[in-house]
Design a protein around this ligand. Structure first.
Ligand SMILES: [Zn+2]
Length: 494
């Protein structure tokens, strides 16, 4: 697997992702997506949206604003509890995130650790400023929301926040969505879009940045039926690598076993975690690089009663690419309290009002998913002498590259252009006539184009072309009038 530095250089070189504001020396924690990257990112978002919204009867979408009434973030608990701990160097004044500094200096896992414990360990391991070896001050609380002022006057009353998650918009709009879409429990509401966190120390390329995109679902069930999921049979025998909170070693087990042994409190929660686990393997992540990790009780967020992460085995360790919490009724109750409005729904069956229960909140970072897909697909193929980006065709930025065998025969190039413009109506295609065919194959491999179509002099007579497969370099002849159908069939477009 490539190192994070290699991946960063590769992504820049291929126009996938580059540092924001590089012209001015860069702006830490912000990234820009180039021509190839924007396509991959959009493909991941639409694969998620297609599978978890459009192909389902029980989930609808929403697109809320980035800025909401500040009360939303008071009710959600973000104003008071969405914090990290900040450490100042008393000598050089550099600032660090206490938990990450401790992880780096002492090699201890700090997820969910309380501030007192972090402080004690910093002292025990005699952690100093990594820049100047100066003494560190006592850790301070620091809110991770990015602030702004709304309106022309900058004052405390005009303070607003860029959303730190998309989820709250789903809660604050739940009622109107239910009424307008005539939803009945159980149902989900999904949203995809930007979110912002004022990370003290953004790092690991796209993994920890200040601006990112999320795809989130709140899945609401009747609290008295939270353990009966009609779809559970679809996933119960699925195997996953799992690291449980009370175990030290990862092992393979099924979702059925995890429910029957109480690791998942509800079938619904297990079902949604499994569905996203399957999303990653379906779109090409190798099973050995994926695992589930159960959160320890002390690392649960302020709203959650149980949480599982899907982790990917990055070159910098196993890290979360998907979080999935049982959020219960915390958020809706908070919004009822702060708004004074009733957010319960009328249950026809029991003829009573109930507050819907969030059995699962799949929270998917788009950039983290993208980074995992890129690492998993990245193959430095020594035999070919170039990188092969083995992305699933549905995620690849361009699906087909079209080449004329040579570039200096007008008859051939115009014939090829014709094949290309017809194909372009159905797939995202590129046309390339510069350099040798071998060089053009290599360029296509490097950005993960799954199929190359070469038009040669025989094509002019027999109306066939050569289709070359990125993954195994096999080549077959296909009739031009069957080309689009052939490519659609082999593309397996999710
Ligand atoms: Zn210092």
């Amino acid at each position: 697997m490539a190192s994070i530095e290699e991946m960063t250089v590769f992504c820049k070189k291929k126009g996938i992702v580059f540092m924001n504001s590089e012209l001015y020396g860069g702006y830490s924690g912000f990234w820009d997506f180039g021509p190839c990257g924007v396509e991959i990112k959009n493909n991941i978002k639409s694969a998620l949206w297609r599978r978890f919204v459009q192909q389902r009867d029980d989930v609808v979408g929403l697109d809320g604003a980035i800025i909401s009434h500040p009360k939303v973030w008071q009710a959600s608990g973000h104003v008071s509890s969405f914090t990290d701990f900040l450490l100042d160097c008393t000598k050089c004044k550099m600032r660090f995130r206490a938990d990450l500094l401790l992880e780096d200096a002492a090699g201890v896992a700090t997820e969910g650790m309380r501030i007192e414990e972090i402080e004690r360990l910093l002292e025990k391991h005699k952690v100093k400023c990594p820049q100047c070896k100066g003494d560190l001050a006592t850790p301070k609380k620091f809110n991770l929301m990015l602030r702004t002022n709304v309106g022309p006057v900058e004052s405390d009353s005009s303070i607003s926040y860029l959303r730190p998650e998309t989820a709250q918009l789903i809660f604050s709009n739940m009622r109107i969505v239910v009424e307008t879409a005539r939803l009945k429990l159980p149902f989900g509401i999904a949203q995809t879009g930007k979110a912002f966190r004022n990370e003290i120390s953004p790092r690991d390329f796209l993994f920890r940045s200040r601006e990112f995109e999320q795809f989130e679902i709140e899945y609401f069930v009747n609290p008295s039926k939270k353990n009966t999921c009609p779809f559970f049979r679809e996933i119960e025998d699925m195997e996953a690598n799992v690291l449980l909170a009370d175990e030290k070693e990862m092992r393979k087990t099924t979702f059925k076993k995890m429910v029957s042994t109480g690791k998942f409190a509800t079938e619904w929660h297990a079902y949604w975690v499994a569905s996203f686990y399957r999303f990653f393997t379906d779109y090409g992540i190798k099973a050995k690089n994926l695992r589930l990790r159960e959160h320890h009780k002390e690392e649960l967020a302020h709203y959650a009663s149980a949480c599982f992460d899907i982790e990917y085995n990055f070159p910098f360790g196993w890290k979360e690419i998907h979080g999935n919490a049982d959020r219960g009724i915390f958020d809706l109750e908070q919004h009822m309290k702060f708004s004074g409005k009733d957010l319960s729904l009328f249950d026809e069956e029991t003829k009573s009002k109930i507050v819907p229960y969030v059995a699962s909140e799949p929270s998917q970072g788009i950039e983290r998913a993208m980074l995992a897909f890129l690492f998993d697909a990245y193959d430095d193929d020594k035999e070919r002498g170039n990188i092969v980006l083995r992305l699933h065709p549905a995620l690849a930025s361009t699906k087909v590259a079209v080449f004329p065998l040579v570039s200096n025969k007008e008859e051939l190039t115009s014939f090829t252009r014709n094949v290309y413009s017809k194909l372009k109506r159905e797939f995202s295609c590129s046309y390339d006539q510069s350099g040798s065919i071998g060089r053009r194959y290599a360029r296509a491999d490097e950005i993960g184009i799954p199929f190359c179509v070469t038009v040669d002099f025989d094509s002019l007579n027999d109306s066939t072309v050569t289709v070359r497969n990125r993954d195994d370099t096999t080549q077959i002849r296909v009739k031009i009038n069957e080309l689009a159908a052939h490519l659609a069939a082999v593309m397996n477009n999710g």
